[in-house]
Design a protein around this ligand. Structure first.
Ligand SMILES: Cc1cc2nc3c(=O)[nH]c(=O)nc-3n(C[C@H](O)[C@H](O)[C@H](O)COP(=O)(O)OP(=O)(O)OC[C@H]3O[C@@H](n4cnc5c(N)ncnc54)[C@H](O)[C@@H]3O)c2cc1C
Length: 459
C-alpha cells in the first residue's frame, strides 16, 4: 500500500483559482500540493484565452492588410502562413507557462503532475510518471475546469471533429470550416479562420446569436460576421455528419440542407471534468448537469472541501475563476464575500469586440427593474472615425429612480477596455453624471462615454 503524504492544503486541478490559491497559501507558510494533469497554469494560458487571443490577433493583422488602400498604404503580397501563426501562438503560451512555473517554484508549493482522483474524503490518488502517489489534505480545493462537448449527433464523433484545442494548432488552413455552435468560441474562431482565408459556416440551433444579449446586439453581431462573408445558419438542428474532419465532411440539417467542409469544429458547449474521479467517495455531490454543488462561499457538500472555477458552475471566464480564489480566501479567514454579490463583466473577442457589465434591457425587463437607456453609435465617436472603426454602438442602462448605472453593453473597438471604465464607476457607485461630466481625454474611444451618458432618456 502506498504511503499517504499529508499536506495542509491539497488542490486538485491547477486552473486560475487553484493555482492562485496554492501559491498564496504556500507563501503564507502552509504545505501545499497542487495536482495537475499536465497543463501548467491551467487551460486559460495553454489552450483557451491566451492562445485564442494570440491567434485572433494574427487574424486581425491579416484582415487589416486587406484594407490597406483605405489608409494610403500598399503591400505587394499578402498571405497567411498558419505555421507561423501557430508558432507565434506556441511561443506566447510557453512564455506564460514559464512565468507560471517560476511563480509555483518561488511560492514553495509542490506541483504533482498526473491525473488525480479521490479515493476517500480529502484523499487523492495521483497517477504520476513515477507511479502512484497518495496525498491527503486538511483542506481540499477542487478546480477541474471543463472540456468541449461533442454533441450526440449521428456520425459526428466518427468524423473526428476538432475542438478549440486542435483548431489553434493547425499547420494548414482549412479550405472550408463548418463550425457547430455560435457561442463566443464559435464566433471568435470562425471569424479568425475567415480572416485567414477559410470559407466558414457557423450552424447554431438557436434562432439568434448571443441569445443572452438584447436583440439589437444579436442583430449587430450577426451583421458583423455576415459582412465578412461568414455563412451563419440559425434555428437549425443538425441531423447527421458524414466524412472525416481534415479531409471532407458533410453536415445535414433538419431543413434538408447539406453543408460541405474540409474541417468541422465543435464549439457547442462545455462539460465539467467531474466524471470518474471518485467525487462520490469524497462526499462531493454534483448537480444534474455534473457541476459540483457549492454554497455561496464555494463550500461543497463534503467537510473542509471547496470547489472553484467552471466545474463549480462559476461563469466561464478566467476572471470569474480568479474571483473564486478571492471568495475562498475570504471564507478561510472568516470573511463574508459571496458569489451572489459580484459583478462579472465579459468580453467576446470578435472584431469589433462585444463587452458587457451589469444588466441589459432584456434582463432588466425580466426582473421588473425600471430603467432609463442611452445609446450612441460608434460612428459618433471621433476616435472611431480616425481609426476607421465605426461599427457598433454603446448602450447604458441607468436606474429610473436614481442616477446609478445598472449596466453597459458595447459592440465596438476596444469595448473591453471601455467597459472597465464604466465598471469602475459602477463599483464606486458613482452616478452616471460622473461619466457624463468627467473630463475624458480627446480623442479616445472612452471619451464616447461623455456623449453616451448625455443621451440618458427621461425617467
Ligand atoms: C477557446 C476558449 C477561449 C476562452 N477565452 C476566454 C477569454 O478570452 N476570457 C476569459 O475570461 N475566459 C475565456 N475562456 C474560459 C477560460 O479559459 C476558463 O474560464 C478559465 O480557464 C478558468 O477555468 P477553471 O479555473 O475553471 O479551470 P481550468 O483553467 O480549466 O483548469 C482546470 C485544470 O484542472 C486540470 N484537471 C482536470 N481534471 C483533473 C484531474 N482529474 N487531475 C488532475 N488535473 C485535472 C486540468 O488539466 C486543468 O489544467 C475561454 C475558453 C475557451 C475554451
Amino acid at each position: 500500500m502506498t504511503q499517504i503524504e499529508k499536506f495542509d492544503i491539497l488542490i486538485l486541478g491547477g486552473g486560475k483559482a487553484g493555482k492562485t490559491l496554492g501559491m498564496d497559501l504556500a507563501k503564507a507558510g502552509k504545505s501545499v500540493a497542487v495536482v495537475e494533469a499536465g497543463m501548467i497554469g491551467g487551460s486559460c494560458i495553454n489552450v483557451a484565452c491566451i492562445p485564442s487571443k494570440t491567434f485572433i490577433r494574427s487574424a486581425e493583422v491579416a484582415h487589416a492588410l486587406k484594407g490597406l488602400a483605405e489608409f494610403g498604404a500598399q503591400a505587394d503580397k499578402v498571405f497567411t502562413s498558419l505555421d507561423v501563426v501557430k508558432n507565434r501562438t506556441a511561443a506566447v503560451v510557453s512564455e506564460m507557462v514559464a512565468t507560471n512555473q517560476a511563480g509555483f517554484d518561488a511560492s514553495g508549493l509542490q506541483l504533482v503532475i498526473g491525473w488525480g482522483k479521490f479515493v476517500a474524503p480529502k484523499t487523492i490518488e495521483v497517477q504520476t510518471a513515477d507511479g502512484i502517489r497518495s496525498l491527503a489534505g486538511d483542506r481540499v480545493f477542487i478546480n477541474l475546469g471543463t472540456k468541449a462537448v461533442v454533441p450526440n449527433i449521428p456520425g459526428l464523433a466518427a468524423a473526428d471533429p476538432i475542438t478549440h484545442v486542435e483548431a489553434l494548432q493547425l499547420g494548414d488552413l482549412p479550405s472550408k470550416l463548418v463550425v457547430i455552435g455560435g457561442g463566443y468560441i464559435g464566433m471568435e474562431l470562425g471569424q479568425a479562420f475567415r480572416r485567414f482565408g477559410s470559407e466558414v459556416t457557423i450552424i447554431d440551433r438557436g434562432s439568434v446569436l448571443a441569445p443572452r444579449e438584447d436583440p439589437d446586439v444579436s442583430d449587430a453581431v450577426l451583421k458583423v460576421l455576415e459582412r465578412e462573408g461568414i455563412e451563419v445558419v440559425l434555428g437549425n438542428e443538425i441531423l447527421n455528419v458524414s466524412g472525416q474532419s481534415g479531409q471532407s465532411v458533410t453536415v445535414t440539417t433538419a431543413d434538408g440542407r447539406s453543408f460541405e467542409g474540409s474541417h468541422i469544429l465543435v464549439a457547442s458547449g462545455r462539460q465539467p471534468r467531474t466524471a470518474d474521479i471518485g467525487l462520490d467517495l469524497a462526499g462531493v455531490e454534483l448537480d444534474s448537469r455534473g457541476f459540483i454543488k457549492v454554497d455561496e462561499q464555494l463550500r461543497t457538500t463534503a467537510t473542509d472541501t471547496w470547489a472553484m472555477g467552471e466545474a463549480a458552475g462559476t461563469p466561464m471566464f478566467t476572471h470569474a475563476s480568479l474571483d473564486d480564489y478571492r471568495i475562498v480566501k475570504s471564507a478561510l479567514s472568516g470573511g463574508g464575500r459571496k458569489t451572489s454579490d459580484r459583478l462579472v463583466p465579459y468580453c467576446v473577442f470578435i472584431d469589433p469586440e462585444f463587452a458587457r457589465v451589469g444588466l441589459n434591457e432584456t434582463e432588466a425587463k425580466r426582473r421588473g427593474i425600471p430603467y432609463r437607456t442611452a445609446k450612441l453609435p460608434m460612428d459618433a465617436v471621433p476616435r472611431a472615425r480616425t481609426l476607421s472603426k465605426r461599427t457598433g454602438f454603446m448602450k447604458a442602462l441607468v436606474a429610473a429612480g436614481d442616477d446609478q448605472i445598472l449596466g453597459f453593453s458595447m459592440l465596438g473597438v476596444t469595448a473591453g477596455e471601455v467597459m472597465s471604465v464604466v465598471q469602475m464607476a459602477m463599483l464606486g457607485e458613482l452616478p452616471y453624471t460622473a461619466l457624463r461630466d468627467g473630463i475624458l481625454a480627446h480623442p479616445t474611444i472612452a471619451e464616447g462615454l461623455n456623449m453616451l451618458f448625455s443621451n440618458v432618456s427621461a425617467a
